[in-house]
Design a protein around this ligand. Structure first.
Ligand code: FEO
Length: 174
């Protein structure tokens, strides 16, 4: 059972996760266009992660006997200044998502909605990992600076990132 307010908030989060997927897909396209296949791969894996985040909420709302409501997805940017610019915007966006998840948890606690509170704990943990990944890559991009060879080395490394589907990982993905 979900209150009207909680349904609305969860539907809002579903839309934010879909926008996240769209944003990282745009960054993947831009990376591919600028010749950085590794970065393109990293962002496409991130797109898959975000779709999984969205689908978990979609399934949760439906499993609670309610109807997931789909709203328009905002258009993401299509131009970025550099890989560092993309990752700084990614971190900024993830901080916004973390705040949004925290507000959902606050609402679940206020409403004594224990099921939703437990459901959201996975997202609380996931956001620590998401921000951590972004911080690490930002630090490395700052070390690389304008060194083209360093950037290509990092690009080769990011080619290796793979998406782990929730069923295979047993914990909702990496
Ligand atoms: Fe779904 Fe990147 O948080």
């Amino acid at each position: 059972m979900l209150s009207e307010k909680m349904q609305e908030a969860l539907n809002g989060q579903l839309n934010k996760e879909m926008y996240s997927a769209y944003l990282y897909m745009a960054m993947s396209a831009y990376s591919m266009y600028t010749g950085l296949k590794g970065f393109a791969n990293w962002f496409m894996v991130q797109y898959q992660e975000e779709m999984m985040h969205a689908m978990k909420i979609y399934d949760y709302i439906n499993n609670q006997g309610e109807q997931a409501k789909l709203a328009a997805i905002e258009q993401p940017a299509t131009e970025f200044e550099s890989p560092l610019d993309m990752f700084e915007k990614t971190l900024e966006h993830e901080k916004f998502i973390t705040t949004s998840i925290n507000e959902l948890v606050d609402l679940a606690i206020t409403e004594k909605d224990h099921a939703t509170n437990i459901f959201l704990q996975w997202y609380v943990t996931e956001q620590i990992e998401e921000e951590g990944n972004d911080n690490e890559i930002i630090a490395r991009l700052k070390l690389v600076g304008k060194d083209g060879n360093g950037l290509l080395m990092l690009d080769r490394e990011l080619v290796a990132r793979v998406f782990t589907p929730p069923a295979a990982s047993g914990a909702g993905g990496a």
